[in-house]
Structures are given as structure tokens and as C-alpha cells.
Design a protein around this ligand. Sequence first.
Ligand code: G6P
Length: 549
Amino acid sequence: MLQTHPINHTAIWAQLHQHQRSTRFLHMRDLFAQNPARFEQMHVQLHGLLLDYSKNRITEDTLQLLVQLAEAADLRGWMDKMRRGDAINISENRAVLHTALRLPESASVYVNGHNVVPDIQRERERALAFAEAVNNGSHLGAHGDTITDVVNIGIGGSDLGPQMATLALKPYRQRVNVHFVANVDGANLAQTLEQLNPARTVFIVASKSFATPETLLNARAARTWFLQQGFAEADIGRHFVAVSSQVAAATEFGIAPANVFAMFDWVGGRYSVWSAIGLPLMCAVGAAHFNDFLAGAHAMDTHFFNAPLRHNMPVLLGLIGLWYNTFYEAASHAVIPYDHGLRRLPAHLQQLDMESNGKQTGRLGEHLDFDTGAVIWGEEGVNCQHAFFQLLHQGSRLIPSDFIVPVQSHYPLGKQHQVLVANALAQTEALMRGKTLAEAHAELAHLDNQSRDMLAPQKVFPGNQPSNTLMLDAVTPFNLGMLLALYEHKVFVQGTIWGVNSFDQWGVEYGKVLAAAIEPQLANTETLAHDASTNALIAHYRKHHEHNT
Ligand SMILES: O=P(O)(O)OC[C@H]1O[C@H](O)[C@H](O)[C@@H](O)[C@@H]1O
């Protein structure tokens, strides 16, 4: 059933606004003091992943109302549609089946009457076999050399997910080094090539559409570099492979069909790390670990599709995020991984969340009269404590955050991991509790009255700043799979309730078209007809670029 009227016209929406007005002065410090069972009632554990959502401005009533909101938006119905392969990406008339990519072999999912699971298995096995051959030295370079380096050339979803996961799973690294080139800024490719021996390098050209200009330009530049290093066209086959849903476009580009690993149009770029787009990750960690990564995501899918909404990890994360975003008008959401390997997680989640839900038009074309997707941002802990946490603790804005903390580190280094974890937990406690004026006064008892009156208010922490804590037993392939699938479903939960199509991205098209028009104008002398600012900036570039060359 398509929702026929925007969610903000429902009774439950109004009830949640009312509930927000009546509970907004509650302080979490008091909620904890009043209810010793608060953590017990507000956490979920799934395998090696614990979500503690008790440090939020919520009561059990809030959760019940939010669950009713999800029901009013027919969340269950939309989950079923996604799972069974209905074309829920209606603006592109496509199914949305990243969950199918992590199904066991015995499962089946039909798209237009065709079971896609065997196709998925076939392409995954081809990609895993290639990664294995590169790692075990059976795939040699054109001159008979062992491959030592793999370079993924791709951008957006063809970069961020695999890059983040490759960094996160570095302790599971096999033999080859894996590099990522995304930016069309020549520095990205040039600085990568500087480190490489072409005889020992394989390039993966990763592009779902095989039409992304930045990726194709970088791929052409890499090919030119390769040929300039004493290799022939005939050698390209052993050094260039591609991943794409447009196999014909990849072969036209000059990559032999046998070297093209297919992905499918029903997986969105930002949800594609589970497909052949995961090839660099497969090269980095090998088949067994990649399969564990898929198994972790499947475990989260199973939980998501089956657990009651009130105890469903992605649903809770989605609903609590929406509570702040929609009913408190919190514009942003921070993600703070206390794990060096997860340092690119905020970047991956930026694309996942902001490209999915950064929309103000509903899936039926209606204008949505309320705020949707949050600004996702973050940085690895503890570094950010020494940078922007001041604003979280004493700034004027409500900024909900997720703290991601592994229990075991792959690099414990004496007490370093213990110190790291202590910092993470201390931050969530401080954000929640705050420090009252009376407490600040008591701390400054040794000062004279005048100094104390001046300093004490500055040492007050309002607290009541919400956070979720996600504790992983360790950053293993399985747990990382669960974590990423958790966020994918969180985004789906929010998008479904707001009524947006989380799987298209029309908003990235306009800039691409204008860039294509401006690019030749930077080098020619044609009269410009943009606005005065753009005209002047192009003129400035023309003038100074000529000076420099
Ligand atoms: O994989 P590709 O087709 O090259 O696309 C790469 C990226 O660019 C596009 O502009 C989209 O905004 C992204 O969703 C996509 O992941």
C-alpha cells in the first residue's frame, strides 16, 4: 500500500510533537536516577554487537509512540517489499536488493520472475577467485611478475565502502597492498602511482554505471602511465580489470569481458560493498574473511526482518535518530568510532545516509513540509575530544551521536586500548550527566568568591546530550558486516517514515551537467553567460592559469 498522505498529517505525528513538548525538560541524569533498570530496558545485543540506547532523551512512552509512527508509515510493509525484490526505488523502477547479496546460496529472490541468487553467487565466485589468484601469486603480471599492489579506481559508492572496510579489516590483510584512487585531482593518482611498480600492479576500474567522468579519466590516465612504462596494449589484460553493471561499456573501454566482474542495477552504489564492488576488499582480506563479512550483514538482515520493532536494532537507531531530527529539529548527527581502523566510517555513512535521505520531495513527488536527512559527520575518537568536543559539551546545539567502541583491540599495546575505551565511556557519561552550577561551585571552593562566581558558570556542563553506544566484541569481518548493515537499515527506516525514496540520488546530477559545460570554458575564450560570480571566477582561472603555465 503506498502511503497516500504525508506522514506529518497523521495523528501520531502530532502526538509525538505534543510528547516532545511535555518531556523536553526531563534530564537524563534524573531518568537514570529514577530507574535503575534503564540500561536493562534500553539495550539490544545481537551476536558480538551491543547497542546501548539508554543515554537518550526518551522514555518508554517515547519509544512506544515512535513505534506507532513506524507502523503508521507501514514500515513492516516496506521492509517486506524490499526483501522480496519489489521495485521500491520507484523513480528508477528498480528493486533494492543489497540484502540479497548476503543471502546464503540456498535462498531465492525473484526480480521480474528471475531468481537472482545464482547470478550473485556466480559473480561473487568469479571475483573471489580472481582475488585469490592475485594473492596466491597464480595471477601474474604480463612479464611474469607476482602482483604486489592493487589499485581501485572508483568514486562514491565504488570507493567509500570498500575503502572503509579495507582499512577496518587491515589486521586480516593477506599479501597484496590495496590502494584507492577516487579524486579527479591528479595528486590522488600521481601520488599513488609514485609508489608502484607497473609490472606488479593490478588496477580495478570500479564504476556501476561505467559513465562516471572522474573514474574514466583516472582509468585512462592509469592506462597511459602503464603503457609509458614499457608495456604493450596486449599486456593490459593482465593488469586492468573492471567492476560494473554495464559490462558492454567496460569492454568498449578496452577491458576484456573475462576481466569484467558484474554487479546488478538493483544494488545502489552506496549499498554495493557486498557485490563485486567489494573486489578490492576481497583482494585485501581473502575469500574466507569476505564471506564472514557477508555473514555478519546477513545476521543483521535476519534480525531486522524478524525482530519486533520495539527491540529491533536498526529500527531503534532509526527511530531515535528521527526523534531528534524531526521533533527536536537537531540538524546533525555525529558518528565517533573509537577505532583507528574505522576512521573512514563517518565518510562512508555520510554518503550512505545523506545521499539516501537528503531529500525534500516524497516518493510520489509531493513536497515534504518537514526536515529529513541529518548532516552526518564525525572523526575517530579520541582525536576529536581534543578538537570539537568542546562544542558537544558546552555549545548551544543538540547534537546526538553514536559512539562505536570495540571491546578487544587488534593492537592493545599494553594499556592503550583500556585508555581508549575509558575515554569513550567517559565522554558518553559526561555528555549525559553534565555538571551543575552547584557541582562547579563545590569544585572551586578554594577560590575567593569573585573568582568563583566568574569561573563556576563557565565550568557548567548542561548535559542531556544524547548518545548511542555500539560496543563490538572486536572489529572482525563478521561484526563489521553487522555494523554496516545496521546503518543501511537505519537509513531505510528513516527514509520510509519520512516517505522519501532512499535509493535514488537526483541531487547529484545537476552539478555534473554544469561541470561538463564549464570544463571546456576554462580553456577557451568563449563569452561567458553564467551569473556574475561564476563568470568572474572562470575569468580569474583563465587569467592566472595562463600565467602559471
Ligand atoms: O559507480 P559509479 O557509477 O561510477 O558511481 C559512483 C558514484 O557517483 C554518483 O554520482 C553517485 O552520486 C553515487 O551514488 C555513486 O556511488
